[in-house]
Design a protein around this ligand. Structure first.
Ligand code: NCD
Ligand code: ZN
Length: 353
């Protein structure tokens, strides 16, 4: 028998100017609370997602199993068709017992924010040694440690937003050396240095890449608040390294949008909030970018397979079809301005069944 080509559907559908892949996973999204939550959750499915890893930097942060489960219920009340993978916020309030409770309840990870580096990170960590007993329990129970990989700026040491990720990488190395069975995800990588660190890291270490960091450099956010996010987009050579590791189909590098909606006035303020909103068109942004890089054939593995495999989850059922038809990104979704607002994308999302 002739072996079936893995992407036979894509070959067929490409002739029809459509691309059909499984529904996607977003392994890093901010879906907020209250009215903002009700407004943005419906966009997850619209953007082609079936399963999302929900960030815990709410107010107050999610630091207990009970809070995570209550939050999950609220999200399910808005859209029950999305699978919400819940996380807790690494915090001194979390005990070893709580880690076991979380594992029993199906919570998949704990997210670490270094103190003060981004939105709602005032409760973030300063020193990892305090958390070693928790990491031990997470390793035992299979919880994933998600890292916001930046250290706080320190001008005495010449540390600022441009090198904050690179300085974090020694912490990553220390953590995977000390906990060889703990799965760790370095979130939203932005530098060639982080790409190199992932390449040399063991199988237990993965990374997420956002749709916007595949497009932006410093020039795009300096003076353009709507492209300002943490970590900030870096140099052209950093973006090139991100593009390269995605284009080659590295199996531990997968989509995590870091879609982070803020109301327009909070973005356009003198001291604007960090965060880029991509949920409503997420799969279309990724398709547009991958096609421009000549690697549209990586869409399936990057957005639908590698993340699920890393997290040890079944791959999604159900399909998503994109059509090779120009779409214009709306100027805003309610009060939130999306990524590439009013610009054209080369792929459109078809309503899915
Ligand atoms: C995120 C947010 O707004 O919650 N902002 C961002 O720029 N990415 C926080 C975060 O993930 O750093
Ligand atoms: Zn985030």
């Amino acid at each position: 028998m002739i072996p079936r080509l893995p992407f036979v559907e894509e070959f067929h559908t490409f002739r029809m100017n459509t691309l059909t892949i499984p529904l996607c996973d977003d392994f890093h999204v901010h879906v907020r609370q209250d009215d903002m939550m009700k407004a943005v959750v419906p966009y997850l499915a619209a953007g082609g997602m079936s399963r999302v890893l929900v960030m815990p930097n709410t107010t107050p942060p999610i630091t207990s199993t009970a809070q995570a489960l209550a939050y999950k219920e609220e999200l399910e009340a808005v859209d029950p068709n999305i699978t919400y993978l819940m996380t807790m916020y690494l915090h001194p309030d979390i005990t070893v017992e709580e880690v076991h409770k979380a594992a029993d309840a199906g919570i998949v990870g704990i997210k670490s924010y270094p103190r003060g580096v981004t939105t709602n990170s005032d409760a973030g960590i300063e020193d990892y040694s305090l958390y070693y007993p928790l990491f031990e329990a997470m390793q035992e129970r299979g919880l994933v440690l998600e890292l916001h990989g930046e250290i706080p700026s320190d001008h005495e040491r010449d540390i600022c937003v441009l090198n904050a990720e690179e300085y974090f990488l020694s912490h990553l190395k220390q953590l995977y050396t000390d906990f060889p069975y703990l799965r760790i995800v370095l979130e939203h990588i932005t530098t060639a240095a982080a790409v190199a660190a992932i390449r040399e890291a063991p199988e237990t270490v993965g990374a997420t890449v956002t749709a916007h960091h595949l497009e932006l450099t410093v020039d795009d956010w300096a003076g353009q608040n709507h492209n300002f996010c943490k970590p900030v987009a870096k140099y052209p050579h950093d973006r090139a390294a991100l593009r390269e590791i995605v284009a080659e189909g590295h199996p531990r590098v997968f989509l995590g949008s870091d879609s982070a909606p803020h109301p327009r006035n909070a973005k356009e303020a003198a001291c604007g909030c960090a965060g880029v909103f991509t949920s409503p068109l997420l799969a279309a942004y990724v398709a547009d970018t991958l096609e421009s890089l000549g690697c549209l054939d990586r869409m399936r593995s990057f957005a639908c397979e590698f993340g699920a495999d890393f997290y040890g989850l079944p791959r999604n059922e159900g399909t998503l079809t994109l059509s090779k038809q120009t779409c214009t990104v709306p100027a805003s979704y309610g009060d939130v301005v999306p990524f590439r607002a009013s610009q054209k994308l080369s792929w459109s999302l078809c309503p899915h069944s």
